[in-house]
Design a protein around this ligand. Structure first.
Ligand SMILES: *Cc1c(COP(=O)(O)O)cnc(C)c1O
Length: 353
């Protein structure tokens, strides 16, 4: 696979690691590849980062044909760069594409182009503790017609953003509000796909929670509004009576790679992990009787995020004395240790650049 490269002749100054934040700065190049029915994917290229132009009738602008992924490139102590389970992201991108009637990518091509792009931008992987290069592959339909159908034209792109440490001020447990009005998705819907539309639809509840002093919402299932699904853009896990319970992937939940990795780490440590339906009633029974020991969210950005307070129908429940629990801390240490190369990867998850 031949990738055309157009170098950016006016590269920008790199921000200091202390000023990175999340998703504010972008590297000097972006990856682009086009799709056309009959012709397939073609013209993979790395070109200077910049604006793109779209036909005003483009499918993505009217019917929301868009999917994305999120992963990080980590710099290890010896200066080398590594990825964490990138094939999982590629497979999930194709699952999302299939759901949204977008064209899938050949796994090998997606993998090679991803690595080639990161290699090209490798100087942008920051060095300070906890920082990383956040990589955002995405795809959208850009048919130049208002007709509604499977797209005949699409664009696949990758952009990258050097990002600061998620926990600059230490790992503080978050306050979560259980949402009882809006739902994120329903079974049979698009919950398992990583698509922009899911985010557009869930922003309103997030904003309402923010106004009340909660950082994110915990979603309940869209039919009975009883079963716990996930937290904002993170999957969620509970330690009840020594057992770890996480909502089963029923179709309305995003199958997180961090979720999957946590389950594998926990099982390797000898914990019992159960994927099943968990109702709010059962959860609050466990809280009230003191059997809920720890609760945390999982996702690429935060890795593991302890939950310190849960608000439901105007009652607030404190979890684990609002401190990070020992198992949450252990999971965080193991996963980040593997990702940044501080501890040996006995799972085979690391992919050196
Ligand atoms: C991306 C995402 C997650 C977390 O997935 P990871 O692969 O662990 O980063 C969880 N929930 C939603 C809705 C997401 O979009």
């Amino acid at each position: 696979m031949e990738i055309r490269v157009v170098e950016n002749t006016a590269p920008s100054a790199k921000p200091a690691d202390s000023e990175l934040g999340f998703g504010k700065h972008f590297t000097d190049h972006m990856f682009v590849m086009d799709y056309e029915e009959g012709k397939g994917w073609h013209d993979p290229r790395i070109i200077p980062f910049g604006y793109i132009s779209l036909h005003p009738a483009s499918t993505v602008l009217h019917y929301g044909a868009e999917i994305f992924e999120g992963l990080k490139a980590y710099r290890t102590k010896d200066g080398s760069i590594q990825l964490f389970r990138p094939m999982e992201n590629i497979r999930r991108l194709n699952t999302s594409a299939e759901r949204m009637c977008l064209p899938t990518l050949d796994e090998g091509v997606a993998y090679e182009t991803l690595k080639a792009f990161i290699r090209h931008e490798q100087d942008w992987v920051p060095h300070s503790e906890g920082t990383s290069l956040y990589i955002r592959p995405f795809m959208f339909g850009d048919d130049e017609t208002l007709g509604v159908h499977t797209v005949k034209r699409a664009t696949y792109m990758i952009i990258a953003s050097p990002s600061g440490s998620y926990y600059k001020e230490g790992i503080n447990p978050v306050k979560i509000m259980i949402e009882s009005e809006d739902v994120r998705t329903v079974r049979g819907g698009t919950g398992y796909a990583k698509c922009g539309g899911n985010y557009a639809a869930s922003t309103r509840a997030g904003e309402r929670a923010n106004k009340k002093g909660y950082s994110q919402v915990l979603w309940l299932d869209g039919v009975e509004r009883r079963y716990i699904e996930e937290v904002g853009a993170m999957n969620v896990m509970f330690k009840i009576d020594g057992e770890i319970i996480t909502p089963a992937l029923t179709g309305s939940i995003l199958p997180g790679i961090t979720r999957k990795s946590c389950i594998e780490v926990l099982r390797s440590l000898g914990y019992k992990v159960t994927e099943r339906l968990l109702s709010v009633d059962e959860l609050f029974d466990a809280v009230k009787s003191g059997r809920l020991e720890e609760a945390w969210g999982t996702g690429t950005a935060a890795v593991v995020s302890p939950i310190g307070r849960l608000m439901y129908e105007d009652v607030e429940y404190v979890i684990g004395g609002e401190r990070i629990g020992p198992l949450t801390q252990k999971l965080y240490d193991i996963l980040t240790g593997i990702q940044w190369g501080r501890i040996e990867d006995s799972f085979g998850w690391i992919d050196k650049l």
